[in-house]
Design a protein. Structure first.
Length: 192
């Protein structure tokens, strides 16, 4: 039986789309739900384009009710994938899905991670500090922002001429390539 993936995203969802596309062609798993805390997030449109069911929720629903856990359990989700999800994952979700929630971050963690370190802010800080390289990190999620056991890191060189757009593009290329493959690898060795 195919493993079942739920994606949480708050924004554009370019990573979510790459993951959806990848698993449309895979025997290992399928994306069964896309969730967002932002009802206007473009990721919901992307889900729609691929005829993947989606659900947007409020902070109240996420933090003060068990509706999201119930929804994911009912759908028999095997892996929760955060792809540009900006809220802290609640304890209830971590407990319901131990070692089954992963995140991607656009830096070489533990560098440039933590609360408020998101998207362009990460790349701008990397440039401000004149780093010679940056990269991406895929990791298990715990109760803190951008922490938890690292599953995968890839790096790229920063040229002294690179601006924000270039650094962002280099990071995004790595994310789009590696995230679907790392997910597939993880699910292939997951027992239940
Ligand atoms: C990605 O670059 C991801 O690494 C980052 O948000 C972006 C979402 O882009 N996540 C974080 O910064 C988490 N702290 P997308 O919506 O186009 O996939």
């Amino acid at each position: 039986m195919k493993k079942r993936i739920a994606i949480f995203a708050s924004g554009s969802g370019s990573n979510a789309q790459k993951i959806i596309e990848h698993f449309k062609r895979s025997n290992v798993a399928e994306v069964v739900l896309v969730l967002s805390n932002n009802p206007n997030a473009y990721v919901l449109q992307r889900a729609d384009n691929f005829e993947i069911p989606s659900h947007s929720f409020s902070k109240h629903e996420l933090y003060d009710t068990d509706q999201i856990v119930k929804l994911l359990k009912n759908l028999q989700v095997d892996l929760i994938v955060l792809a540009g999800f900006l809220l802290l994952v609640p304890q209830s979700l971590l407990q319901a899905f131990p070692n089954k929630i992963i995140n991607i971050h656009p830096s070489l963690l533990p560098k440039y991670g933590g609360k408020g370190m998101y998207g362009d802010k990460v790349h701008q800080s990397v440039l401000d500090n004149r780093e010679e390289e940056s990269g991406i990190t895929i990791h298990f999620v715990n109760e803190h922002f951008d922490e938890g056991e690292v599953i995968h890191q890839s790096r790229f060189k920063i040229d002294h001429k690179d601006n924000l757009e270039v650094v962002k593009f280099k990071g995004q290329q790595l994310e789009h390539h590696h995230y679907p493959r790392v997910i597939e690898h993880l699910l292939a060795k997951m027992k239940s």
